[in-house]
Design a binder for this molecule. Structure first.
Ligand SMILES: [Mg+2]
Length: 272
């Protein structure tokens, strides 16, 4: 049996050697750097549980802030990111990996956005409805760019998902920058932010916008370790985000041999 199996493997290897395309295809399929991360997003109950965990903590924080509120205090608010925070772009990732892509692809993303083919983040709607019920306003701040319809598409996403505060007073779309701090500071003049929700540290503060230096970005996060699960609620995202800019120097690197080599190096790096 073993011998027979071995001969099949040997024959396969011989075939692969004789037909170069065969080996290349097998290598390409198994070398898709995104498959583990996307498969996890698509299937893991743990992935979805992390959203419930984040939104449950956020609700506790809102309850605590409401209980501590005094007459004359500014009204309370929640500042939230959109993609991978209130909505999960799972159909986009399915399409991307279905086409054999191993890196973020702008044309596929830009084609997906107007389709309104969305998955709500577990726990998000219930939390935002709770906020509304308690008089806590929710402000969505996202960084996107699909041309002149960017804002319309983003607002359409919130409305499609039936989320409260889906209106122009509560949605900010940054098309020229990913820096959310100026808008957050402007809102904080009128409201006291209870929690910030995001899948990217940059959703909380600009200080985490560090490129090409993984250790420096982790150090910046550690300086604020007391904030996580308190003021900052971080949600999971292994497929994209600014963590990639720390590795690659940019958050959406092209699929090049250099980028793949950096990914291999990143996987080997152990930070203690
Ligand atoms: Mg996001």
């Amino acid at each position: 049996m073993l011998k027979k199996g071995f001969s099949v493997i040997a024959a396969t290897l011989a075939l692969a050697a004789a037909a170069p395309g065969y080996a290349d295809e097998a290598t390409d399929a198994s070398a898709n750097a995104l498959l583990y991360a996307v498969a996890w997003k698509q299937t893991a109950a743990e992935y979805r549980a992390l959203y419930h965990q984040g939104y449950n903590i956020a609700r506790d924080r809102v309850d605590a802030a409401l209980a501590a509120r005094k007459e004359g205090d500014k009204p309370l608010a929640v500042f939230t990111d959109m993609d991978d925070t209130v909505l999960l772009p799972l159909p986009y990732w399915s399409k991307l990996t279905g086409e054999g892509k191993a890196f973020f692809d702008d044309p596929i993303w830009d084609a997906w956005v107007p389709q309104n083919d969305l998955v709500i983040a577990p726990g998000a709607k219930e939390f935002f409805e709770y906020c509304k019920e308690k008089g806590v306003e929710v402000f969505y701040i996202t960084s996107r760019d699909q041309g002149e319809k960017t804002y319309e598409y983003a607002l359409g996403h919130l409305k499609t998902l039936g989320l409260p505060f889906a209106d122009e007073a509560h949605l900010t779309v940054l098309t020229n920058s990913s820096n959310k701090e100026p808008k957050q500071k402007e809102l904080a003049e009128k409201f006291t932010p209870v929690v910030y929700l995001g899948d990217n540290l940059n959703d909380f503060q600009r200080k985490y916008y560090i490129k090409g230096d993984v250790a420096a970005r982790i150090k910046a996060m550690e300086e604020d370790r007391e904030e996580f699960g308190r003021r900052f609620i971080i949600l999971p995202n292994p497929t994209d985000g600014h963590w990639m800019a720390a590795v690659f120097g940019e958050s959406e690197p092209s699929d090049t041999p250099e980028a793949r080599a950096k990914l291999v190096e990143a996987a080997k790096t152990v930070l203690r």
